[in-house]
Design a protein around this ligand. Structure first.
Ligand SMILES: C[S@@+](CC[C@H](N)C(=O)[O-])C[C@H]1O[C@@H](n2cnc3c(N)ncnc32)[C@H](O)[C@@H]1O
Length: 231
């Protein structure tokens, strides 16, 4: 595997901090046994989705999938599509690999690296049909807002990776991040608003409920969902 902190980088502001978090025995075993089949190494070269998945099919990218439960459910429910998940937290990768084995699916691949660099280097332009960004770290303190992944540069990378008409799906349970997302996307010429919902966990927009969504709901948060369409 190629972890997110393997080499020094020019960019210093990141949307994540390395959490310590030990691998359980079963996560370690899943990494040893399943990573060679379902894991993709980060490399600064554009990948070829047809050879990665062994077929030509629409590709959905999920950024920051956490423990991967909702990503595995989506991939299992849509066997005709290909799924690529990016996550920097290794125990989440191990948990997701266990889910892949239990679901018996073959249409999901994982990358353990910073999604910004993967978008910059590895994703072919105009190759994605959909990008999912569910419950990104909210960085609620004002001095940390610059760490939020939704920034003009991130949107440019998403726009470059998506096919025209492809969608960027976002959800958050933080009202203040929702305002930031509304404002930033409003300024992004490459995206038009397709749909916007605010709900209590009962109207997710074309996605399963996620772990962090459940956590937000137990704190009494409302859920914001968007679908933005690539112009
Ligand atoms: C708040 S959690 C949400 C997890 C999951 N989507 C859910 O809804 O349960 C955000 C996740 O994004 C990951 N993450 C943050 N920045 C990332 C980046 N630049 N590249 C890849 N993963 C990232 C974090 O490690 C974390 O697991």
């Amino acid at each position: 595997m190629n972890g997110a902190d393997d080499k020094p980088r020019k960019r210093t502001i990141r949307s994540f901090v390395r959490r310590s978090g030990r691998l359980t025995e079963s996560q370690q075993r899943a990494l040893d046994e399943l990573w060679p089949r379902f894991g993709l190494e980060y490399s600064p070269e554009t990948m070829d989705f047809e050879s990665v998945f062994g077929r030509d099919a629409p590709v959905t990218l999920e950024i920051g999938f956490g423990n991967g439960d909702s990503l595995v459910r989506m991939a299992a429910a849509n066997p005709e599509r290909n799924y690529l998940g990016i996550e920097v937290h290794e125990p989440g990768i191990g948990h997701c690999l266990i889910g892949i084995r239990e679901a018996g699916i073959g249409n999901l691949r994982l990358i353990n690296h910073d999604a910004i660099e993967v978008l910059e280097q590895q994703i072919p332009p105009g190759s994605l049909d959909r990008i999912n960004l569910y419950f990104p770290d909210p960085w609620p303190k004002k001095r940390h807002h610059k760490r939020r992944i939704v920034q003009p540069r991130f949107l440019d990378l998403c726009a470059k990776a998506l096919i025209p008409g492809g969608t960027l799906q976002i959800a958050t349970d933080w009202d203040n991040y929702a305002e930031h997302i509304d404002g930033t996307l409003d300024e992004a010429a490459s995206f038009a608003l397709g749909e916007r919902r605010v709900h209590d966990g009962d109207q997710p927009l074309d996605r399963p409920q996620t772990k962090f969504e459940r956590r937000g709901l137990t704190r009494g948060h409302r859920i914001h969902d968007w679908c933005f369409v690539r112009n």
